[in-house]
Design a protein around this ligand. Structure first.
Ligand SMILES: *[C@@H]1O[C@H](CO)[C@@H](O)[C@H](O)[C@H]1NC(C)=O
Ligand SMILES: *[C@@H]1O[C@H](CO)[C@@H](O)[C@H](O)[C@H]1NC(C)=O
Ligand SMILES: *[C@@H]1O[C@H](CO)[C@@H](O)[C@H](O)[C@H]1NC(C)=O
Ligand SMILES: *[C@@H]1O[C@H](CO)[C@@H](O)[C@H](O)[C@H]1NC(C)=O
Ligand SMILES: *[C@@H]1O[C@H](CO)[C@@H](O)[C@H](O)[C@H]1NC(C)=O
Ligand SMILES: *[C@@H]1O[C@H](CO)[C@@H](O)[C@H](O)[C@H]1NC(C)=O
Ligand SMILES: *[C@@H]1O[C@H](CO)[C@@H](O)[C@H](O)[C@H]1NC(C)=O
Ligand SMILES: *[C@@H]1O[C@H](CO)[C@@H](O)[C@H](O)[C@H]1NC(C)=O
Ligand SMILES: *[C@@H]1O[C@H](CO)[C@@H](O)[C@H](O)[C@H]1NC(C)=O
Ligand SMILES: *[C@@H]1O[C@H](CO)[C@@H](O)[C@H](O)[C@H]1NC(C)=O
Length: 500
């Protein structure tokens, strides 16, 4: 699974002090959630949430964010806050079960974070199932409807970001169409599931990544292609490395090339500079030796100064490659959502990997579900993710950022329709992973043109879904979305990734 995509709190430091005082940031509260929704067990746990009712007017919608695969982001960082005033909406964010941070979390009471066994006791991960996660959202929004006067009949929109969070949004809309009127899935991975070598889409993400780099700068990409190999060149490592150190450094290098594009945000987040992809390209162009080229992503991800030696024990390097086996992300990967974006074909920007063998997506065999080794086709069927199914779903919007390689395994080919209610995929040029989910407090208007356009498009979709859009009244029909040229509607663009 792709690691957490945002250290949201780090962003607070970049928001202007003056602006910070106007942010709506209600206290984090806890919801008494059922641990096993499908049984009559009475076990409960406390699930954290934030709720903004500031803009709500009776009958307005509930815009719901299911946070995923990381601690809960502050609610003011989500773009839904920006649409709420115009929709009279309430906005809610729910932490994903089994995630949290030092200050708290959404764990069962007796849960043992070091548990590596799958048993049915509540100190193991067993209640961390897809069904339970989706049902958490259903119960939570139903509770909001009962608790806020005027919300009894509110329509609810489900949103989720990142490969997995976007996948949740698609699943929620599909399985609970009566609860969730519509869904926005930002950067979902829907199409390369399972570890098997036969998966025909396994090279798509790496192919997209390569394209992004070559498009940015053919010269820089060529240097990376020639110099990135596992016989690590002279990197100026802080001590004489052993085999383990080398392996960590090599894995971190490959991963960082991937993530520099994926998380190419216009603000400082995972990397010490804004626009880390441009920064990496700019620094790669004058680099002369193998070592000089490969040091660049390593220095960036470890936040080290240009002249420093590379410290293989730096947590920011080991994080990218450590064989840690006790995280909830790993459990989810092993048990129900094993996305493969790691296979790399020959003749790619990065060195060939997992071309003929299974990918070791699951780090703990004890956690492997019985169908773990199934084919991509099997999972497509299991989760009803065929293009035909997605095409016939109404009010599903899938948004991808062009710099995110996951765009290549998350953009089904759908019928181009003018109706905002038809399911739709939009790839936003010049934006990174799930960048569309950031509020204007994080990325103000004017910073990224593509981002502002997707914000307007989302609001137009939401209005239509909620019955207050202007396609509903024929005399004020909106311009046909599919004809706008500033975005690349998947289908045409992604077709080239299908044959691998
Ligand atoms: C929001 O509420 C105001 C006042 O109640 C109303 O005039 C307006 O039409 C509502 N907007 C939407 C989008 O429902
Ligand atoms: C390719 O480069 C052009 C010009 O810099 C840019 O507008 C476009 O978004 C880039 N596409 C990709 C896939 O990076
Ligand atoms: C390699 O070196 C690191 C750091 O000095 C050390 O922690 C590790 O145990 C060593 N591994 C092996 C296999 O010697
Ligand atoms: C990269 O270099 C170009 C051309 O000199 C410059 O316009 C751009 O601001 C630089 N980007 C970064 C992030 O340093
Ligand atoms: C690791 O990265 C974080 C940002 O994610 C940075 O603040 C920190 O200084 C880095 N730590 C080290 C040891 O380089
Ligand atoms: C864990 O155990 C439960 C209950 O026996 C089972 O339903 C589930 O599939 C198991 N999960 C994995 C990852 O094996
Ligand atoms: C999946 O395949 C691997 C390697 O072939 C095997 O070791 C593992 O036990 C299999 N897992 C399951 C759940 O069948
Ligand atoms: C229809 O809605 C779009 C998006 O909300 C807006 O830009 C446009 O001005 C509206 N058109 C009319 C005629 O109201
Ligand atoms: C889109 O769906 C909403 C909710 O069902 C509905 O109110 C609206 O009229 C639909 N729009 C069109 C153009 O059918
Ligand atoms: C968006 O990116 C695609 C692929 O790089 C390109 O073909 C298209 O022209 C771009 N659109 C704009 C408006 O830059």
């Amino acid at each position: 699974m792709v690691p957490p995509f945002l250290v949201a709190m780090a962003i607070l430091g970049h928001v202007q002090a003056q602006q910070r005082s106007t942010l709506i940031d209600p206290p984090i509260r806890e919801f008494d959630q059922i641990l096993n929704h499908d049984s009559d067990q009475t076990g409960k746990f406390s699930q954290r949430y934030q709720l903004v009712t500031h803009y709500f007017k009776s009958g307005g919608p509930i815009l719901f964010v299911q946070n995923a695969q990381q601690e809960m982001s502050p609610i003011w960082t989500t773009d839904l806050i920006d649409y709420a005033p115009q929709l009279n909406a309430t906005v809610a964010i729910l932490e994903h079960r089994y995630f949290g941070d030092k200050s708290g979390g959404s764990f069962p009471r007796n849960f043992n974070k070091r548990s590596t066994k799958n048993d049915t006791s509540d100190n193991s991960y067993a209640p961390l199932t897809l069904d339970n996660v989706l049902q958490d959202g259903v119960d939570f929004v139903n509770w909001i409807k009962q608790s806020i006067p005027g919300a009894e009949d509110s329509k609810v929109i489900y949103t989720g970001a990142s490969s997995y969070g976007g996948f949740l949004a698609v699943q929620a809309r599909m399985r609970y169409p009566d609860t969730f009127t519509g869904a926005i899935a930002s950067s979902p991975a829907l199409m390369s599931l399972g570890p098997m070598p036969e998966n025909r889409l396994k090279f798509a993400a790496a192919g997209h990544l390569s394209k992004v780099y070559y498009n940015q700068s053919r010269e820089a990409a060529q240097k990376i292609h020639e110099n990135c190999h596992d016989a690590l060149p002279d990197l100026n490592i802080c001590w004489k490395p052993n085999g383990t150190d080398y392996r960590l450094i090599y894995q971190a290098t490959v991963q960082n090339y991937f993530e520099t594009s994926q998380f190419n945000y216009p603000f400082v987040d995972r990397f010490p500079t804004e626009y880390p992809l441009d920064d990496l390209i700019n620094k790669t162009l004058p680099a002369k030796t193998d070592g000089e080229v490969i040091r660049i992503p390593l220095l960036a991800s470890s936040w080290q100064q240009p002249n420093k030696c590379i410290d293989p024990s730096n947590r920011n390097i080991t994080r990218a490659s450590s064989p840690k086996v006790t995280s909830p992300e790993d459990y989810i990967t092993c048990s129900y959502y094993a996305i493969n974006h790691r296979s790399i074909p020959s003749n790619n920007l990065l060195p060939e990997a997992y071309t003929r063998t299974s990918v070791d997506l699951c780090k703990n065999p004890e956690w492997e579900a019985s169908d773990y080794n199934s084919s991509n086709e099997y999972f497509t069927e299991k989760y009803a993710l065929s293009h035909t199914n997605l095409d016939s779903m109404e009010r599903l919007l899938i948004v991808h950022g062009e710099f995110d390689p996951i765009a290549a395994i998350g953009a089904p080919i759908l019928t181009e329709a003018d109706s905002y209610n038809h399911s739709r995929v939009i790839i936003v040029n010049g934006t990174a992973r799930a960048e569309d989910t950031f509020s204007e407090a994080v990325v103000p208007r004017g910073v990224r043109p593509g981002l502002d356009q997707i914000r307007d498009a989302k609001l137009a979709h939401l209005k239509e879904w909620l019955g207050v859009g202007n396609q509903t009244t024929p005399e004020s029909a909106a311009p046909a979305f599919g004809r706008l040229t500033w975005m690349l509607v998947a289908g045409a663009a992604m077709a080239s990734y299908r044959v691998v």
